[in-house]
Design a protein around this ligand. Structure first.
Ligand code: MG
Length: 389
């Protein structure tokens, strides 16, 4: 078994997944080195991380912070870069073994495409990459020695349930969802919930954007599309199961009637540790282990598609494919940002996404440039829909 030391690029190192990835790198200093750290605009945290982890290079995507970061790291020997081109260039460095894609939203696409082109192992935390451009990524992976390992906890669960199995024996994927903070709230009350209400996730501590996506259940729609590309399963063979305790991270149903589940505490360090251990094997840890008390209540229920209509939107977009999921994602990013700034109601998010999707023409077999154009157009359209609300 190879136990080589791996150089890791962490894209989005200052976000929730990025910070937890650095925890795991620090937990196994003889196995992993942080080689490249990339942040969008959190300059001070990036500087602090660089001083602690001593990477070869850091990139601050937002150019207005470049000189500030460069001056702060002067004399450390750490190279400092800026801009999205620099990120796409840096991930192809021959020294890098694994790229952890933990940036938020559409911004993850360009560098993931570059990393696939360079044949890197990719620990995929940026699910939007597969939502937006799954068809393209799927094609690119076929011509590359690059492999995608899921970091998302549900997809890590599918991966583990499928180890040693044949895909032709799989009948359905059962994608678990916590149900978010509004699971038990009557539908009418969703009209008046605030961003602060939506940011109170019952089980997982995550960034603001994904926490709102959990409250609308858009996140689960995204994860259905992510699973479709990662495991080559049709959208209608992926069933969403609400499991409020978030202990079962997902399940696979086989054609003989067997169902396999993967369990664990709701802590993102676990799926990150699993993904970084691949393909060598599991990494031993002193983390808190699950006890019987953690498993005394495990309940399941069907999702409410009327209360969370974005689930229906996501299945429809997945079936249509082409640029439909790209438009859905772009409109969602704009609508969520507006909701976080208290500019729109919670229930407007769905309306804005549906309206945007109706107004942007579908491209059936898009290439990279089509996604870029479609993303830009959908954002503009969604913003103007919000202005005219
Ligand atoms: Mg997840």
């Amino acid at each position: 078994m190879t136990q080589e030391r791996r150089n890791i690029a962490v894209l989005g190192s200052t976000g929730s997944i990025g910070r937890q990835t650095l925890d795991i790198i620090a937990e196994y200093p003889d196995r992993f080195t942080a080689w490249l750290l990339v942040a969008r605009s959190s300059a001070d945290l990036l500087i602090a991380q660089a001083r602690l982890m001593r990477p070869k290079m850091v990139i601050i995507a937002d150019e207005q912070y470049y000189e500030y970061v460069r001056d702060a790291l002067e004399g450390t020997g750490i190279e400092v870069g800026t801009g999205s081109r620099a990120i796409a260039q840096a991930v192809t460095a021959p020294e890098i073994d694994t790229v952890v894609t933990a940036m938020v939203g559409y911004s993850g696409l360009e560098s993931t495409v570059a990393a696939i082109g360079a044949g890197k192992r990719i620990a995929l935390a940026n699910k939007e990459t597969l939502v937006v451009a799954g068809e393209l990524i799927d094609r690119l992976l076929k011509d590359s020695k690059s492999v995608l390992y899921p970091v998302d906890s549900e997809h890590g669960a599918f991966y583990q349930c499928l180890m040693g199995e044949r895909m032709e024996d799989v009948e359905r994927l059962l994608l678990t969802a916590s149900g978010g903070p509004f699971r038990t709230m009557p539908k009418e009350q969703l009209e008046t919930v605030t961003a602060a209400d939506a940011l109170k996730h019952p089980n997982w501590s995550m960034g603001a954007k994904i926490t709102i996506d959990s409250a609308t259940m858009m996140n689960k729609g995204f994860e259905m599309i992510e699973a479709r590309w990662l495991f080559g399963i049709q959208p209608d063979d992926i069933e969403i199961v609400v499991h409020p305790q978030s202990i079962i991270h997902s399940m696979v149903a086989f054609k003989d009637g067997s169902v396999k589940a993967q369990l664990g505490l709701p802590d993102m360090h676990l799926p990150i540790r699993f993904a970084l251990g691949l393909p060598d094997g599991r990494l031993a840890s002193d983390c808190r282990k699950m006890t019987i008390e953690d498993m005394t209540t495990l309940t399941m229920e069907r999702p409410d598609f009327d209360k969370f209509p974005l689930l229906r939107t996501a299945y429809a977009a997945a079936r249509t494919c082409g640029t439909a999921p790209c438009v859905m994602n772009a409109a969602n990013e704009i609508a969520v940002a507006a909701f976080l700034q208290d500019q729109i109601k919670f229930t407007d998010i769905h309306a804005i996404i549906e309206k945007t999707m109706m107004q942007i023409p579908l491209v059936e077999h898009p290439g990279y440039e089509d996604y870029v154009a479609c993303n830009a157009e959908a954002r503009e359209r969604a913003a103007s829909i919000i202005k005219n609300l």
